[in-house]
Design a protein around this ligand. Sequence first.
Ligand code: MLT
Length: 261
Amino acid sequence: MKTTINELAVFATGSDKNKALIFVHGFPYDHNMWDAQVEALSKEYFCVTYDIRGLGESPAGCGQFTMESFVDDLEAVVDEMNLVKPALCGLSMGGYISLRAVQRMESKFSKLILCDTRSAADNNEGKLKRAAGIKKIDTEGVIPFVNEFIPTCFSGSYMKNYEKQYKEVLFRSQKNDPVGVKGSLLAMLSRTDTTESLKNISIPALIICGEEDTLTPPDVMKEMSHRISHSNYVEISGAGHMSPIEKSTEVSNHIKKFLKD
Ligand code: MLT
């Protein structure tokens, strides 16, 4: 089922009688990045995905986004869909949104799954990289930006052995509205650091990281996991930053087990 909430494209699969699980995608992707997890989990869970404002099918509007406005959007989806304490699963930028959402309103969620993400805000080098990205989109367009960024997200072996699937993701990302892509860059550049509040998270957390993730590497995610009281860290061998796509069955099985426990 597809619906529109707050202008956002929202997708629900499975019975709404089941416990809800909401997925928040990474940058510059869309809800389709969770296809394998939705397929694996929607018999037992009411799976909700949505396109973050400005990406996929959700309109970019003015493109002046903040992490706070992204969290407002997540809250609107949870409230409008009447999701009762859904489990929350976010990858990378979706993880930044999830971490800030839990900091703001933990009681709305039952469990937290963080894939290939970090709690720290961008340092100066990171901010300058985002600014260079915005400039590249302005001067060269969104396709050259995406073509340069996306290979940094996947392991070399995935790009080589699953070329067709990799290209599908690449082509979908190339279609994003440049205003929306720049808006995400601005929101990430200006986000707050949630590291100090990790110790306050009381819901169970599953931390998933691709062994070959160079953007949010295993040591960063292990450290995050140590700071969260009820958390379990799993590393996905041979996967890069996009572990739910690269090793979809393994990631889905970890999520399944975590939700059952
Ligand atoms: C993502 O996958 O969402 C991005 O790598 C996040 C980022 O650029 O910080």
